[in-house]
Design a protein around this ligand. Structure first.
Ligand SMILES: Cc1ncc(COP(=O)(O)O)c(C=O)c1O
Length: 395
């Protein structure tokens, strides 16, 4: 199979090079259960060096030599506003933005903002595991409306959503783009969902952490633009952490247009002792959103080529496995349900025999049983190695 021409895709940055991560106390490579002989393709972070402009900003911030309590300057908010407008066609006002250390903290606060204990929240599994925990740990009730699987392409089940709504249902928790199914929900799909929310007076919690990792032919839709038109309240959660690989910097934002909802969210934030930023948050966000857009475009092209390669290779050489070229995220969802030899436990089989570490489909709920998720934010050579092994075992 032909290797896509990376020279053309990657003009300034060499994503083929990767970066040595073992021995850096990183979760992906160094956790105690990650054996030396496995190829880690699990947790959602990248095996690429970050954009140089971010490193430069961080080094400058470190050079200040004082790390007392901080707040975020106007430059931080201006950067978020500019980025949302220019990349996502979303006009954000300063007073709508709340800093958060991470997106999952924002999910907790959003659930508590929109509901009371005993209320119901709709999830669309298979979906990012902490969605379940966030609902349960706050004593709310999960209503599952599984996505429909049409030959690997997952779509929302509007009928199921409607049927599940009771007078206790308060919100839908959306993942856009969707982890793990790789869908970038279209405007039309989102509109249909928001119409249901408007009809039944449900709010939207939209986790948009992957919104900057989208393939060329797709466009991320900010659901807030639809919610506003239909009178649906929503909380959007974004972060430069996924697209720029900054998870340990702890910088994310909630964007909330409705004044009362925002006030309640802030009340929850204070109540949960989620305080101000660390000294590197602002530097990293500005270095990313303002100064590393070219890096982001090249990273997207590289990851898309990895996706293309993986999906085409599987189709041609390992037809027993089923997959779908993701529209967004750097994650690919692979269906092992037809493979007897894995005995219903593909993640364990891949770890033990293939020496590839992936995320177990059941991390994404019961709907993920028999699936696994690979992370393709890595040099092409890792993808080639993994595919050669998969071909050996399942081809
Ligand atoms: C959909 C989604 N939300 C949230 C997170 C985690 O975000 P954070 O580390 O900012 O809590 C991830 C990480 O993979 C994710 O995929």
């Amino acid at each position: 199979m032909l290797r896509p021409n990376l020279q053309e895709e990657s003009k300034m940055y060499n994503f083929d090079k990767g970066i040595e991560r073992r021995g850096t106390s990183c979760v992906k490579w160094d956790e105690s259960f990650v054996r030396q002989d496995v190829l880690p393709m699990w947790v959602a972070d990248m095996d690429f060096e970050i954009a140089p402009a971010i490193t430069k900003r961080l080094v400058e911030a470190a050079g200040k030599g004082v790390f007392g309590y901080q707040f975020l300057s106007d430059a931080y908010y201006d950067t978020v506003i500019r980025f949302m407008k220019e990349r996502h066609d979303y006009e954000v006002k300063r007073e709508w933005i709340s800093y958060l250390p991470d997106v999952v903290a924002g999910l907790h606060l959003a659930v508590c903002t929109f509901s009371e204990p005993g209320d119901e929240i709709i999830l669309m599994p298979p979906v990012y595991g902490p969605f379940f925990r966030v609902v349960k740990e706050n004593d709310r009730v999960i209503k599952e409306c599984w996505l429909k699987n049409d030959n690997g392409c997952f779509t929302m089940d509007y009928e199921c959503t409607k049927k599940n709504i009771t007078n206790k249902t308060k919100a839908v928790m959306l993942c856009n783009p969707h982890n793990p199914a790789g869908r970038v929900w279209t405007e039309n799909e989102l509109e249909k969902l928001i119409e249901i929310c408007a009809e039944y007076k449900l709010s939207i919690i939209s986790d948009d952490i992957h919104c900057d990792i989208v393939s060329k032919k797709h466009k991320h839709t900010m659901v807030a633009n639809i919610c506003r038109k239909k009178g649906v309240k929503c909380i959007i959660l974004t972060s430069p952490s996924k697209p720029y690989n900054l998870a340990s910097i702890h910088v994310a934002n909630a964007i909330i247009e409705d004044e009362k909802v925002h006030a309640k969210f802030e009340e929850m934030r204070v109540h949960n002792h989620i305080s101000g930023p660390n000294a590197f948050a602002e530097a990293a966000l500005i270095g990313a959103y303002d100064e590393s857009r070219e890096w982001l475009d090249e990273m997207n092209a590289y990851v898309e080529a990895n996706h293309e390669y993986f999906a085409a290779y599987v189709k041609e050489n390992i037809p027993t496995l089923k997959t779908f070229k993701p529209e967004g995220t750097y994650l690919i969802w692979v269906d092992f349900t037809g493979i007897e030899k894995v005995n219903g436990k593909p993640k364990e089989f891949l770890d033990e025999y293939c020496k590839i570490l992936v995320n177990d489909g059941e991390f994404f709920g019961e709907a993920g049983k028999g699936f696994v998720r690979f992370n393709l934010a890595c040099p092409r050579s890792y993808v080639e190695k993994a595919l050669a092994i998969l071909k050996e075992w399942f081809g």
